[in-house]
Design a protein around this ligand. Sequence first.
Ligand code: GTP
Ligand code: MG
Length: 476
Amino acid sequence: MRDENRIESVASEKSILVRVVFPDQPVEDDPLEELYRLATTAGTEVVEELVQRRAKPDKSTFFGKGKVAELKELVDATSADVVIVDNDLSPAQTRNLEKAVGVKVIDRTELILDIFAAGARTHESRLAVELAQLEYSLPRLRRMWTHLSRQSMGVGMRGPGEKQLETDRRLALKRIHDLKQELAKVESRRERQVAARDGVATVSLVGYTNAGKSTLMNALTGAGVEAADRLFATLDTRTRRWEIKGWGTVLLSDTVGFIRDLPHGLVASFKSTLEETRQATLLLHVADASSPVVFDQIAAVYGVLQELGIEEKDMLLVLNKIDAVTSPAKLNQVLDRYPNAIPVSAKNGTGLGPLTEAVGQALSEAFLDLHVDVDAADGKLLAHLAAHGEILSRAYSESGVSVHVRLPAAAMGMVRERAAAIRSANDHPARNGTPQLLTSPAADERLTDETLADGASAEPVSSRSEPRAGDTDEVA
Ligand SMILES: Nc1nc2c(ncn2[C@@H]2O[C@H](COP(=O)(O)OP(=O)(O)OP(=O)(O)O)[C@@H](O)[C@H]2O)c(=O)[nH]1
Ligand SMILES: [Mg+2]
């Protein structure tokens, strides 16, 4: 067995890890490495490992007869308490396997749900996990309620006897209904909360679990969030201010990590936790460049983003842990595939300068930095600028007010309709000394909507604002 540090065991059950590898699957050097990390994170003691290559799963027991017999022998020889299967099993396969080997059997999904259940801290993430667990448990009724009263039990503990099934089923359905309602409330509250920050640039860290998102968050903002060599160390969302030279304050969020084959129900119920990510101006996709399966992990993250419906966002790929990459050729291979990726080490600070610069640059493309002249009487336009943009300064005159504002290109519609004049605030001394006239509806009728809508006229921003008081320091 491997001798990595194991976390303090909650369950301290002895587990056997098993995986079926199908012909079309990419196989890591060590096909059970990730399951091993998941199993130890869940607190089990791994006593044996087994890998089988098969063309397709056995309908009834998932593994073939021979492997099942071998598994039974291993269980007996090691007095294991649980068999953990790296694939997804049907409820019937689980039951049949349990009968055959004589101990409980859990699959990858259930293991991940258990880890989430043990780690969830906030009201929001607890609701999310409980819902995902109940939905998983419903067709596997024998395990009902086990996750609702998780005291000193091991992973995937069984619930009360079969007699109770019908009552359990009804109770579960009722609880699922209530949880969904409660989550919907939390979701809309969170949506409003995040939307209220419209106008402030938001950057969200996403990536495979253990890629170093929290460490990077700490390195960039001094946030002091928990980072640990453990899968799913972060299960909630934290947001911190990040000062970017030449841009100003942005809000940086760190959130739950992804993993390949993340249970579908879990992704759906974490909608609210991932709200910051859904509404972010820019995603920083953090990948562990030192992982032998970095390509697979990057692909898995894209898969989850797609499931969340947010794969279209602006995104920078950050190749973290370059200090731990043993061969330069390996890193070059990754850079060949992703030439725009930014290599960094969150641990020792390498590359954070270029990363910050790239973020400032990307944000400049999403926002317009403008002086908008507003008629004194036009309260509506002033309110629009305040609601959607970041107001950097105001200069009053007799006819009205000139507002220096940073505005998402998407919020330009009303500005173009109502403003007395709009000028680019491109006042970078090295670039351009005088503000350049962008458009004034009166002066230039020919400008098309697209000119501003796609941000084509916007220059990278150089002027600076003070950090604003009252921004959330922490959202979770
Ligand atoms: N060598 C090296 N290790 C790093 C680097 N960045 C993070 N780590 C380590 O990687 C492990 C995981 O880091 P985290 O920051 O917790 O990773 P995460 O992406 O937030 O993980 P989850 O919250 O569990 O999804 C920790 O042991 C970190 O110390 C790096 O640049 N180099
Ligand atoms: Mg983390």
